[in-house]
Design a protein around this ligand. Sequence first.
Ligand code: GLU
Length: 464
Amino acid sequence: MTVVTRFAPSPTGFLHIGGARTALFNWLYARGRGGQFLLRIEDTDRERSTPEATDAILRGMDWLGLDYDGDPISQFARADRHAEVARQLLADGHAYKCFSTQDEITAFREQARATGKSTLFRSPWRDVPEADHPDAPYVVRIKAPRDGETVIKDEVQGTVKWKNDQLDDMVLLRSDGTPVYMLAVVVDDYDMGVTHVIRGDDHLANAARQSLIYRAMGWDLPVYAHIPLIHGPDGKKLSKRHGALGVEEYQAMGYPAAGMRNYLARLGWSHGDDEFFTDAQAKEWFGTDGIGKSPARFDFKKLENLSGQHIAVAEDAALLHEIEGFLTVTAQPALTDTQKDGLCRAMYCLKERAKTYPELVEKAHFVLGQRPFDPDEKAAKQLTAEARALLKELTPQLQNASWTRDMLEATVSNVAEAHGAKMGKLAGPLRAALAGRAVTPSIFDMMLVIGRDETLARLADATA
Ligand code: GLU
């Protein structure tokens, strides 16, 4: 059996962190098993669905690197097919026409409430033969079983049971003939050949109701895995303050997509004690057995930590590509060819300790900026008269030194020692002179990357 999973977002807003995780889980599950991962846009709610939201979802998936098979499927475009299934259920006696008006339903509920009975609507039309039907508007309702239990075997939640007298004869087709969402999901999943449904546990009760349609049609149920929602670090429902943002905002904060995937995978799923892993490992390891039963807690510290680790091991070309994307979404100027070149030469010493792209870009100022460097406040403080005298003394020594790390280290430390100082005494002023910043890669890395002429020119600028 080929595994087929899907991500089925409703395009009513941005792709938020919970949706992104659902997409990732389905992607990992399919990709790790040579299966297919499909995207379905659940745009049946015409009032709330917008093309902008669909675009945001597609952009978010693209940034996260969650590639799907084929084109996205529009649920709304399949409404005729959904209605066709409802009519088949009607023809087979698994559904019926209900002529009750809204007023009658309201009256039924009030009466039930007054007499302390269940307010689930019991339509009087369930068993009325066609011959006795009025010529009036009707909805199509499923003929749900009234006795026994509906059982969902869920990979995460275990076996979950509902008493059938708690499930109503839900509407399949509205009186204007349009299908309801619950029917659309089932028909789409069946037609798309979906074998595994991994989604938020806010859909668990829907699974019970949806299973009634599967059974009535004689279709096999997919394997269900309903995953607990994401909470904030305080254990409360995730809010904006906690990080319930669109994934594009994470891109704008400068997290690498690989770090984001790693972090999202760990939100509610685990593989032993592994925190940091590659996509290949995640695809190999991911399964529903590693999904926890309690809500995961969102934690920016962990995200940052993983983000830094992924930046450190990323290929330089991939980093450059993502940094360019980061600059675009944050409306910063695009890199010139010279800047790209400088960034690539410096990448080895930039990626070591940067947790996010803004940090990396800040450290890259010495290759992105141009002389004369205008020192920022912290850097300016380093360039005291005493410090400048030391830099002046260092300059001719650097002119003659061979340009290797060892020689540069020896040269700088000789000058420092001649003044009874440690090398650290010169590091601050050198950072200020070479980058105009206080946070930079090591002074020797900077000198090696920019070369002798540029180093001497920047020292001259700073001591002029
Ligand atoms: N469209 C639903 C949502 O965005 C998902 C439905 C499903 O996965 O079955 O919550």
